[in-house]
Design a protein. Structure first.
Length: 249
């Protein structure tokens, strides 16, 4: 079972920033999850919310900012770590810069956040341009590699259609046999349910269908233990480094 850094090491660094992603790699966590939106001038950028309010010193929809305007915002000063470390001056990552920065070093789980129909096409161009198709091999755990995930079924199916050679996984809050069937019918290789909705029966069915099964919403050692007992393939955590020893044991 792999440990995936949720928006980087987001418990100790400002989420979805290079500070957070770099820290994950420095700690030996090469699996990184991030969120993708689109600026008003068609540039894919990394941020979770559809607005900049929570994680920058700005206000408004990401889709109302140009890339250059977004780069003027401070994406780090809102966050102070437990030991008092500050991160003012962190910028919002541009997806292309991120692909170049971590080339050959990581597996990136890209969550398609924006509903903009152009986002997936523009992301594909960048992924192809920087050679990530050549390394992904349709496997979620392959390093280097890239996978596309989303709660938005429509966006995910568009991505699957235009990027058939990389892994695609459905994020879901509700988990059922019907959701598993949806993934199988549409050729999605993975499913990522909320940890509390996964039962041994559903996990057995997922494995029977050949799906890669991850989980999100991991908050405690008990959740990690449950994931191990269920035989999940991966889990997404804010502080994955805290559970490395548990997995090794």
């Amino acid at each position: 079972m792999i440990l995936i850094a949720h928006r980087g090491i987001s418990c100790q660094r400002p989420e979805n920033t290079f500070a957070s992603f770099d820290y994950a790699l420095n700690l030996g966590i090469p699996y990184i999850e991030l969120d993708l939106h689109l600026t008003s001038d068609g540039i894919p950028v990394v941020m979770h919310d559809e607005t900049v309010d929570r994680t920058t010193n700005g206000s408004g929809l990401i889709s109302d900012f140009t890339k250059d305007q977004l780069m003027q915002l401070d994406a780090g000063s809102w966050f102070v770590s437990e030991n008092g470390e500050q991160f003012s001056g962190e910028s919002v990552p541009v997806f292309e810069d991120l692909l170049q920065r971590y080339s050959g070093q990581a597996h990136i789980f890209v969550e398609i956040k924006s509903k903009d129909p152009d986002l997936v096409t523009l992301a594909k161009r960048l992924i192809k341009k920087h050679g990530w198709f050549d390394t992904s091999q349709s496997r979620f755990a392959h390093i280097p590699g890239i996978s596309m995930i989303s709660f938005n079924m429509d966006q995910l199916l568009v991505s699957k259609k235009i990027m058939p050679d990389i892994g695609h996984g459905l994020l879901t809050e509700a988990y059922s046999g019907e959701i598993i069937d949806f993934c199988e019918i549409n050729g999605l290789q993975g499913i990522f349910p909320y940890i509390q909705t996964i039962t041994p029966e559903l996990q057995a069915l997922s494995k029977q269908k050949g799906l890669y099964t991850g989980a999100w919403g991991i908050q405690s050692k008990q959740d990690v233990t449950k994931a191990l007992e269920l035989g999940l393939d991966g889990i997404t955590l804010d502080c994955p480094q805290e559970f490395v020893r548990l997995l090794q044991n």
